[in-house]
Design a protein around this ligand. Sequence first.
Ligand code: DHB
Length: 496
Amino acid sequence: MKRKSILALLGAACMVSAQAKPQAPLKFDASKSAKSSLTMPDGRIVHYTAYTKQYFVSQVEDSTYQYLNVFVPEGATEQTPIFVRTYIGGYMESTAGYPQAADASGRALAEGYVLVIPGSRGRRSTVKQGKQTLYTGRAPKGLLDLKAAIRYLRHFDRELPGDTEKIIIDGTSAGGAMSALVGATGNHPAYAPLLKAMGAADERDDVFASVCFCPITDLEHADMAYEWLYGGTASRQALPEVQRQLTEELAAQYPAYLNSLGLARPDGRALTADNYRDYIKELLIESAQAAKDAGANIADTLGFSFSAEVAFQAPINGGVGQPPAPAGLPFAPRGMRRGAPQQGEYITGLDLEKYLNYVVTTQPLKGVPAFDSYQVDGAEASGENGLFGDARGSDANFTPWAAGKTGAKLSAELLERVRLMNPMGFIGDAQATNAPYWYLRHGARDRDTAFPIVINLAAQLRKHGRAVDFKLPWNRPHSGDYALNELFAWLKAITR
Ligand code: DHB
């Protein structure tokens, strides 16, 4: 099917449910405001004005989710950056909430940013239409809600403080994926008819910066990546033959995909399937080394090797006037505690298989396949299978490989929805306005998706000239909004 007619089909699907009730035009309702305050963990009290329940589309399909809340701290001006925090998790629906002192929303407010918390429909959200229960949050509806929210902020720019040229979006996991999508797909015409049908404002929807914690993204390649990375672990090797076969089939597909991306490392060297594992090792060594330098003890059992010398400090003035060194050491290393691990100062290598086996001890792996599992070897549907399901509540395969296992073929309509949910294809697309600034984090022991997913995202962004701050923070499991000092120092630098 031609792309235009697929879009018409998608658009028509949106309209069917939207036609039911004529709706009021888009408005900003300043009367729904209240003064309030938030006590931060350090006891500081942040005073703000909240403007709540502002519906961001005129054709509201689900009144529980399709509005946003805005929080304006004292002192905010037209130049103040706007921090949008999505609370999407598990690709589920998310109600517009209130600032949380412990996460980036409260911190943003305390730093003086205008804070926006949009609601959005998700894979489990339903509305009643007569006797029918309709799932109205299947992909790409959650993303469309976020894009409509960004458009709304531009539409009512004059009514609220905040600089709509400095919109930052932050999310974790599925929310991190949504943040990546909002960052990558700005103003792309593929979404325009869908947004129009919802009654979204006729405005731009690009953003200035995208903050993505552990994004669960590039879903149609996530199974391959997972088995390519973890297929050699003891836990995968211990699986019954049928599942090991699936692991091998999936893993075997990944090198061709990696090579098709034409990516490079930050130093300019080509990143290919052949050297990819070495690059993962380097990123993990960098992560562990930074933690070690900050005082963490990196256990010997994780797979790292260390330089031979213990922490070394050159003697001041060649040791003149210093007590003699203990036997066996040329100089007395300063600051070395008795009984401290006798590891060298530098991490010199990593046995990646050993490290991956360690990751698996911290949390068991997902099943095979990890994402598009529906009806593959009798496996249950994943959340992602629900995401791509239809309005009647079905689950759906979203990769040709998994669909092929049941003898099915993906429809053009579904393939288009899958495309609209993958930021990778929109980065560098001339019709998209990509966010210029990106902050990507994926914990060094986060196994919810494989490391190459976020590594590829970072590399794809760099390839197209976007500024990327990326690392695999040490000892972090699947989580977000951590190291907020670091995040807000970065935000301050880019918004200056
Ligand atoms: C999330 C986690 C997952 O493992 C996944 O597959 C999708 C989403 C989440 O935490 O949002």
